[in-house]
Design a protein around this ligand. Structure first.
Ligand code: AMP
Ligand code: MG
Length: 644
């Protein structure tokens, strides 16, 4: 379908999502992407460019707009100019205000199936009928089953020059699209099938159309993948949705170098000096002029030793032809010299004479140059670096004693479940000790955050709501365990919808299918929420692969620091694995007889079997597209030491 360069697209995503429990509709996961991204994919090929009208989660919409704008380009996200949440006309108003072309085409963020010829057909009708506006119409069955004309006012093409008329209409206080359209010359265009205009209004519909209805937008590689896996969002998609939402904390503090260990560098460290600061010797030996080295294989050269130079003591020596200086490692190379003969390579050493055979060294050998490690003005360390021992050493080598780091994160966590008992309490029938708060404590502490343990919360809506509110007041992020699986999530969902915007996902992974992620707020303070499953192994795995990278991003850690590298190891036995989901199995990594890394699983891999985790020293990562693994095949592993 041809692209119409006189038309700008506008995705209307500025609503409150009231029928979806106030979640941001456009950002709901759908067939491997978000609803708004699907609309973008359908609309972008039809028009010059597409802007998004949104009133919250602007960073996430910006990412969708940027992705559509292409590499290096940035897309447009436009919040309502007119108050807050005044409906689609307010979005349209903003779109017209910023429309760079003669025509504006709107589509709602919840219509992932919109027709590929929408722009073209509305445009043709508008021209033929000399209209100001063209609107899509379908035939829909009414209650008796008879087909009725159903206009779709949010799928409309209009002249950008209508802006003054819209402003006059809005000034009357009216807010209905149909009302305004009635005042204009409108063309109606009949589309078939009606399915293409299906919009998704409730979470139930979202779930239904995940696998039913028209095919997804083309070029959605992941969509077909997700479609083959009922009810599941691929791990990589969920990870991306989470990371795209999070913006690092801005506050910084200046700390003494030692206190900066494991903290995140907030500003680039620029080297104030050359390192090393002067040319110096890499060896104990004799500093000499390269031009004095023997040129004839048969004729060694003997040089006169005119003095000795130590590290840290300036010598003031100047070396002439036929002369050399005894020099210690790290001492400044004396004027006139450019090479160092290691003492063990001298052919003979006398009282004040050194003899050098041909070929012992080449001119320039064993000299360290000023600035060869770092030059003054170079960025020695980039902001976002998590400071490890080598970094402290490097900063010290520049003479810097204080560094700017991002502030500590505060992370609150609690366990949910009527069956949970604290350690030290008596265990009655049907109860289990709460272990999740201990694994979470350990993982969070090693991540370097301030932990706030809010204890065990009973399975009661009031208790849960109070705990989340209390966590919001104290923390940047909240980690809960339990209560998000399909059977238990209902009231959790309601509470989260009241307190903020949280998505409940079923992931294509094992262990740990359910995951809730979003933002909650109370009394003007908000916090990111990670609702992890209850099973102890699932908690750890979900923490490592979802919460940990997100918290690192929130702390300001750069992209390279958030995901540990995967190693390859040979499996010592076959591993059963189902394609279509990511499995994180627990393994023991060691070195085989041939010196190559090898891995075996730690027995039963059930998501409640914490001993599978405590006996392991690595996680075997089996990717979505992998099936059973034969003995001897290579698999990806992540050693625990690389995690926290
Ligand atoms: P849920 O997702 O709340 O249904 O929990 C799933 C399973 O994990 C149940 O068997 C719970 O008893 C168990 N579980 C939940 N929370 C914890 C915890 N903090 N410590 C140990 N087991 C837990
Ligand atoms: Mg529970």
């Amino acid at each position: 379908m041809a692209l119409l360069s006189t038309i700008t697209g506008l995705i209307l995503a500025g609503g409150r999502g009231t029928r979806m429990g106030r979640v941001d509709k456009g950002l709901q996961p759908f067939r491997g992407a978000t609803l708004a991204a699907h609309v973008m994919q359908r609309l972008a090929p039809q028009v010059a460019s597409v802007a998004i009208n949104a009133n919250r989660n602007l960073a996430q919409y910006q990412a969708i707009a940027d992705a559509a704008a292409g590499p290096g380009a940035s897309g447009t996200v436009l919040p309502d100019q007119l108050g807050n949440y005044e409906g689609p006309l307010a979005g349209l108003h903003t779109g017209l205000l910023h429309c760079p072309t003669a025509l504006l085409l709107t589509a709602p963020c919840d219509s992932p199936f919109l027709p590929a010829d929408l722009a073209q057909r509305l445009h043709a009708a508008m021209r033929e009928q000399d209209a100001d506006l063209a609107v899509a119409v379908t035939m829909e069955p009414d209650d008796s089953g008879a087909l009725q004309r159903q206009p779709h006012p949010v799928f409309s093409l209009m002249k950008a020059s209508l802006l003054p008329q819209l402003e006059a209409y809005l000034a009357t206080g009216a807010r209905r699209m149909e009302g305004w359209y009635k005042t204009l010359r409108m063309a109606e265009v009949m589309f078939e099938p009606a399915d293409a205009f299906r919009n998704i209004n409730t979470l139930a519909e979202l779930q239904h159309f995940e696998h039913a209805g028209p095919p997804a937008a083309p070029a959605q590689a992941l969509a077909s993948f997700a479609a083959g896996n009922p009810d599941s969002l691929p791990v990589a998609q969920a990870q991306r949705l989470i990371l795209d939402s999070i913006v690092p904390v801005a506050e910084q503090e200046s700390v003494a170098l030692r206190a900066a260990l494991e903290r995140v560098l907030a500003q680039d460290i620029v080297s104030p000096i050359n390192v090393p600061a002067y040319d110096n010797s890499a060896m104990d030996g004799y500093a000499l002029r390269g031009s004095d080295l023997p040129v004839d294989t048969a004729a060694p050269v003997t040089l006169k030793v005119i003095g000795i130079v130590y590290a840290g003591r300036p010598s003031g020596l100047a070396v002439g032809p036929g002369e050399c200086v005894r020099i210690m490692t790290g001492a400044a190379i004396p004027a006139g010299c450019d090479s160092v003969l290691p003492q063990e390579q001298a052919a003979a050493i006398g009282e004040d004479r050194v003899t050098i055979a041909h070929g012992a060294i080449r001119p320039g050998d064993n000299r360290r140059f000023a600035g060869e490690d770092l030059k003054a003005g170079d960025v020695a360390l980039a902001q976002g670096t998590v400071l490890r021992p080598a970094h402290l050493g490097l900063i010290a080598s520049l003479g810097i004693a204080q560094v700017s780091v991002r502030r500590h994160l505060r992370v609150a966590f609690f366990s949910t479940g009527d069956e949970l008992r604290g350690v030290g309490e008596e265990l009655s029938t049907g109860c289990v000790y709460d272990s999740n708060r201990y694994t979470l404590f350990g993982m969070l502490t090693r991540l370097g955050v301030e932990v706030i343990d809010l204890g065990i919360v009973r399975d009661q809506p009031e208790a849960l709501e109070a705990a989340v509110r209390s966590a919001c007041a104290q923390a940047d992020a909240i980690i809960t365990s339990g209560g998000v699986s399909l059977g238990t999530a209902d009231y959790t969902r309601d509470i989260m919808a009241r307190l903020g915007e949280v998505s409940f996902w079923q992931l294509a992974m094992r262990p740990g299918r359910p995951l809730a992620f979003g933002k909650v707020g109370s009394k003007g303070r908000d916090a990111w929420l990670f609702g992890l499953p209850g099973n102890p192994v699932a908690v750890m795995v979900s923490f490592y692969f979802f919460a940990r990278p997100a918290l690192l991003r929130l702390m300001g850690a750069g992209a390279g620091q958030r995901t540990p590298p995967l190693l390859r190891a040979r499996t010592q036995a076959t591993i059963r694995k189902r394609t279509g989901r990511t499995e994180y199995q627990r393994g023991i990594l060691d070195t085989g007889a041939d010196g190559a890394p090898q891995v075996r699983l730690t027995g039963a891999q059930g998501s409640g079997i914490l001993s599978s985790m405590s006996a392991a020293n690595c996680i075997v990562v089996l990717h979505d597209d992998q099936g059973n693994v034969a003995q001897g095949d290579l698999v990806d592993v992540i050693p625990f030491d690389g995690l926290v």
